[in-house]
Design a protein around this ligand. Structure first.
Ligand code: TPP
Ligand code: MG
Length: 370
């Protein structure tokens, strides 16, 4: 069989790209060139993302965080993206459902500290939960406004180009974000400038309760790339290997200076849109159940089991270890204490003007300082 080439996948293919077939076996046109420990590492990443959602739900119920946009169902896409990037080198401009990817590129400690408004949060707990950012890990801080991260991502990629750096920018967003003007402007500019950026759509078919068909008249998101003059790829987003290899192809292409690409990953959101949403009012249980049959974690487990790389005992041990690690990271975030409210006023202006000094005093009078 052929070896993996940096042009193994054709843009705008009729069929969406899969590398794991319906019987959970490799079906790529090239040899799988990931060694066994890397494959197990992918599985561990998938599990960590799912278990992170579980931990975050517990933190929600116990009042230790106050908001969550669950990433369950998006794990294959987020693992595929993260594993194709050069960690702490390439830049991620993510959105609010990317806590799994943020953990992969930074750490559980960083992300949980952010969710728990801990003193150990590197952004001083100024963002709402689920909006991490890390200068160290090259993660641009998440903004809630849909698509707002995408034009700055193109700007950052253009800056890297001017600096002749080999750092690539990846920006992630949902299908809903592609209806924003920001998205179109950014796609156009990136293509014209051949900026080193990859646009990665975690397409779960919904923007809260609005279905994709009510959002766009095109059959896919991928085909929109054609109009901007960049390649577009439609990928099975529940197949971690497909997500990984396609992302690797387009990231390395961008690194060679050949310009941006759009990757449209078909995923499903298993949970509600966020902790403030009840998805049962707009989704049929049958639909959720059908997508559960394609669960990216179960599917990759079967893929690994067929290669005798995992069994039930090893799976349980791995889950227990990750749960323990996440619990310990959450403990550490709690032990560092809650960030004091007066941090709100730090680091914005060199010197606080009188009216902000007044406001700080007023706030401390209302809520009490640390
Ligand atoms: C500019 C803007 N408009 C509307 C909203 C409200 N809003 C929050 S999430 C969301 C849906 C986004 O859907 P999508 O981009 O598909 O991402 P998903 O949540 O499905 O992962 C909307 C409309 C917002 N945050 N920002
Ligand atoms: Mg969506």
């Amino acid at each position: 069989m052929a070896t993996w080439q940096d042009d193994s996948f054709e843009a705008f293919s009729e069929q969406s790209i899969s590398l794991i077939d319906a019987s959970d076996r490799w079906c790529g046109a090239f040899d799988l060139d990931l060694d066994d420990s890397t494959l197990i590492g992918f599985y561990e990443d998938l599990l960590r993302m799912r278990l992170l959602d579980e931990r975050l739900n517990t933190l929600l119920r116990t009042g230790k965080t106050s908001f969550l946009a669950p990433c369950s169902g998006h794990e294959a896409a987020q693992t595929g993206i993260g594993r194709a990037m050069r960690r702490h080198h390439d830049w991620l401009f993510p959105y609010y459902r990317d806590q799994g990817l943020a953990v992969l590129l930074s750490s559980a400690d960083e992300v949980l500290a952010q969710f728990q408004a801990s003193c150990s949060d590197r952004n001083k707990a100024r963002q709402m939960p689920g909006h991490p950012g890390s200068d160290q890990a090259h993660i641009f801080t998440v903004a809630s406004s849909i698509a707002a991260q995408i034009p700055p991502a193109v700007g950052a990629a253009m800056a890297k180009q001017i600096q002749r750096s080999d750092e690539v920018v990846v920006t992630t967003f949902g299908d809903g974000a592609t209806s924003e003007g920001d998205w179109h402007t950014a796609m156009n500019l990136a293509a014209v400038r051949k900026a080193p950026i990859v646009f990665a759509c975690e397409n779960n078919g919904y923007a809260i309760s609005v279905r994709l068909a009510a959002q766009t008249a095109t059959a896919t998101i991928a085909e929109k790339a054609r109009a901007y003059g960049m390649p577009g790829y439609r990928v099975d987003g529940m197949d971690v290997l497909a997500c990984h290899y396609v992302m690797k192809q387009v990231i390395e292409r961008a690194r060679r200076g050949e310009g941006p690409a759009l990757v449209d990953m078909a995923v499903y959101r298993y949970g509600p849109h966020s902790s403030s949403d009840d998805d049962s009012v707009y989704r049929e249980a049958d639909e959720v159940a059908a997508w559960k049959k394609r669960d990216p974690i179960d599917r990759f487990y079967r893929f690994l089991a067929a290669r005798e790389l995992i069994d039930e005992g090893a799976d349980k041990a791995l889950r227990d270890r990750i749960k323990g690690e996440l619990a310990a990271a959450s403990e550490r975030a709690g032990a560092a204490g809650t960030a004091p409210v007066e941090w709100l006023f730090d680091d914005v202006l060199a010197e606080l003007p009188w009216h902000l000094v007044d406001q700080r005093e007023l706030l401390l009078g209302e809520v009490g300082g640390s």
